[in-house]
Structure formats: structure tokens, C-alpha cells
Design a protein. Structure first.
Length: 397
């Protein structure tokens, strides 16, 4: 996806909001249909049947017929794909869409002339029922655009993302392999000894966010004051999200250019970030602590980093079993749960080897990836990690 900042006029923005409302309405109708399904009942209608029902609804409701049929049909298709991902156990079950959150729609069958460049920094895209909408031309747009998605974030910023297959980054051809251990305190630790941290809000920004959240708690629901405070909070959180995405893009590009193979743990992030609230009959324990851990995992961009690595280095990302990677000594191979003295300190009680705990895990990930590649008779990818004590790594201070 190549995303650009959209710059609609006030009149165009009103029509874009109508498209978002129609897409949200159709999506929620599909969610309601699946919500009524239970074992033993007739199966919920599929995409083809829902399109037929959409035609009947457009004939009976003038306000729906005014909108773009492409926008509404693609909302149904997006929901069908979301359900397929849910049944494939790759995503969570799709749920209701709310106004102001996740606003957007998709346009397909884009013609070659529907995207054009106006000047050095300005481009235009043709949107059904809207016309030509300008966007910031920050980088080149390929001529093979077949579809695009228009989105609006909680701050009110509009973006257009063109669906393109990105060109993979060429491997350096040196045979080097790196292990990447993702954490909460340290966002990513490399087997080379480098520690990487995703940027967050500055200290003054965090203090301001805390004051705004307290102000929001005191505001009356539905008041204008509460809406203004929510907008300011959304701007601060959007700033943090933009910084994290920029960091992920830079780190993933650097790793794809520097190493032939990138090893990561095969983590089930969806399960790891699941709430611990439980049910009313069986409430969970440590709910607040688990919620803080979930926020830490999501704030460090674990899933986005691996996704972008797979996009930029297809076929060169190896996922290994995460079991015992943080408890195994990278020097002698002994597994000892007591060897990790603290979050950052690892000291093997068998051989005495000591280093940063996250770096030790990254070395184990790299070693496991080397075995995985050798097991499937892959090409040589450099020398595997030895089992001798590696004193050149970050030592515990």
C-alpha cells in the first residue's frame, strides 16, 4: 500500500463522509445478519446473496441509492474477506463499526487515467460521486493502480492508499543472518547486540495526555467540551502512531538491506493481547496488569514490524518456535528459567556466560533459524551461531 495525504474541499469532504456512512451502514447490516446465525439454523447469506439484497435495498431507499454502489458492494466484499480471515484463524471476528472510528471505503476497477499528477507536489484521484480530489504527491505512483482505499482517522485527516505490489528489496548476498527478539521494554533486540526502541510520546506530551484524560473524565458525556478534549487526545495519539510507523519502515528497510535472512519468533499476537477480564461467572485475575502488557505489546509494533519485513524481504523471513528462547543460554545451550536475573540481565549458572537478556534471546532465535533452514535443505546462509561464550555481546553492567 502506498498511502498519501488527501486534501478534499469542504464540499468534497461532505460527500466522502456520506460514502463512509453508507459503507459503515452496509457493513453493520452484514454483521447483524451473521449475529443471528446459530448452529442448526440456515447459514448466513454470502457475498452474492448480500449483493442481491443490496440491490433491493437501494430500490426501496432513496438515500441509499444516492450513494455509490461500488462503495457499498466493496463494503460487503471487505466483510466477506474479514470473515474468511476469522475462520482461517488469522484475525479476530469482525464487529460493528462506529462513526468516527475506522472510517473509509474502497474503490476498485480503477482506470489508468483516474490518477494523475497536477504539479510537482500535487496529484489528483477520481472518486465516484465526488470527482477529482487532490492529494499530496510525496512519491511516485505506479501506473498499474487497480484499486485504492480512502480513509479518515480520528483526528479528521483523510488519506488515500493505492493497492500496489511493492518491489522487494534485493538481498545483499553476503549470507548474513540476524535474529530479532521483540520485547516490551526493548522494542527489538538484534543478535548483533543492537537494541532498538520504537519512539513514543515525549515526557511533556505524556504529561499533557494525562491531564487531558483527567479532563475528559470530568467532562459531561455528549457535551461540546468533551468532544474537543477527545479531538486533542486523538491528535496526540495519532502523533505517536505516526512515529511508530515511521520507525517500523526505517528499521524494516535497514534489516532487509543488511541481511539475507531475518529470523523472528512465531508469536500469536492476537492471543497474547487478548483481554484477561473473563466472564461475570469466572472473572479473570491481574486484569489491570494484563491490560498494561497488552498496551506495551501494541505500542512496540510487534506485528507491523514482521509484516513489513515480509513485504520487503519476501521468502527471507524465517519464523521459529518461541519456546525457551529467553531461558536458553546462547553459549552452552542449557535451559534454565532462573538464568534470567532481571528483565535485562542474563547469567548462565552452568557456564557463567552473561549478556543482555534480549540479545541472548535474539542469538537463540538466529541459531534456531539456521537449523530450520538446514532442515529444509535450504541454501547456505552463513555460519551458524557457535556455542562458545560470546564476550563481544552487551555484557551486564
Amino acid at each position: 500500500m502506498s498511502r498519501f495525504r488527501l486534501q478534499p474541499t469542504p464540499a468534497q469532504e461532505w460527500v466522502l463522509l456520506e460514502h463512509c456512512a453508507h459503507a459503515r451502514f452496509v457493513w453493520n447490516l452484514a454483521v447483524e445478519q451473521y449475529a443471528h446465525w446459530q448452529p442448526g439454523r440456515k447459514a448466513a447469506p454470502g457475498y452474492a446473496e448480500q449483493c442481491r439484497q443490496l440491490t433491493e435495498a437501494r430500490a426501496e431507499n432513496a438515500w441509499l441509492a444516492v450513494g455509490s454502489v461500488t462503495v457499498q458492494q466493496q463494503a460487503l466484499k471487505d466483510y466477506a474477506q474479514a470473515m474468511a480471515n476469522f475462520f482461517g484463524r488469522t484475525h479476530r471476528r469482525p464487529t460493528w463499526r462506529r462513526r468516527g472510528r475506522g472510517e473509509g471505503f474502497r474503490i476498485v476497477a480503477v482506470k489508468p487515467g483516474d490518477v494523475r499528477r497536477v504539479s510537482r507536489k500535487v496529484g489528483e484521484v477520481k472518486v465516484p460521486k465526488v470527482g477529482w480530489v487532490r492529494f499530496r504527491w510525496s512519491r511516485a505512483v505506479s501506473d498499474g493502480v487497480k484499486s485504492y482505499r480512502v480513509t479518515r482517522d480520528r483526528v479528521g485527516r483523510w488519506h488515500v492508499a493505492f493497492a500496489l505490489v511493492p518491489e522487494p528489496i534485493a538481498a545483499p548476498g553476503t549470507g548474513d543472518m540476524v535474529g530479532v527478539d521483540r520485547g516490551v521494554v526493548v522494542s527489538a533486540a538484534l543478535s548483533t547486540g543492537e537494541l532498538l526502541n520504537a519512539p513514543t510520546l515525549r515526557g511533556t506530551e505524556k504529561a499533557r495526555l494525562l491531564r487531558l484524560q483527567r479532563k475528559l473524565a470530568r467532562a459531561q458525556r455528549g457535551s461540546n467540551r468533551r468532544g474537543k478534549v477527545k479531538t486533542v487526545i486523538a491528535k496526540l495519539k495519532a502523533r505517536e502512531t505516526d512515529r511508530r510507523k515511521d520507525w517500523v519502515e526505517k528499521i524494516s528497510t535497514r534489516l532487509a538491506r543488511a541481511f539475507d535472512v531475518i529470523a523472528v519468533e512465531d508469536l500469536k499476537i492476537i492471543n497474547m493481547t487478548r483481554s484477561a477480564k473473563g466472564t461475570r461467572e469466572a472473572p479473570g485475575r491481574g486484569v489491570r496488569q494484563k491490560a498494561g502488557l497488552n498496551r506495551g505489546i501494541l505500542a512496540n509494533g510487534w506485528g507491523l514490524l514482521v509484516t513489513r519485513l515480509e513485504h520487503k524481504a519476501p521468502g527471507r523471513v524465517v519464523k521459529v518456535d518461541p519456546r525457551f528462547t529467553s531461558q536458553r543460554c546462547s553459549a552452552c545451550g542449557v535451559v534454565d528459567r532462573e538464568a534470567r536475573e532481571s528483565q535485562a540481565a542474563f547469567r548462565c549458572r552452568s557456564c557463567g556466560f552473561a549478556c543482555n537478556a534480549d540479545v541472548n534471546a535474539a542469538v537463540n532465535i538466529r541459531f534456531a533459524a539456521g537449523h530450520a533452514v538446514a532442515a529444509r535443505e535450504g541454501p547456505p546462509l552463513g555460519e551458524p551461531v557457535n556455542r562458545e561464550p560470546q564476550r563481544d555481546l552487551l555484557l551486564v553492567r
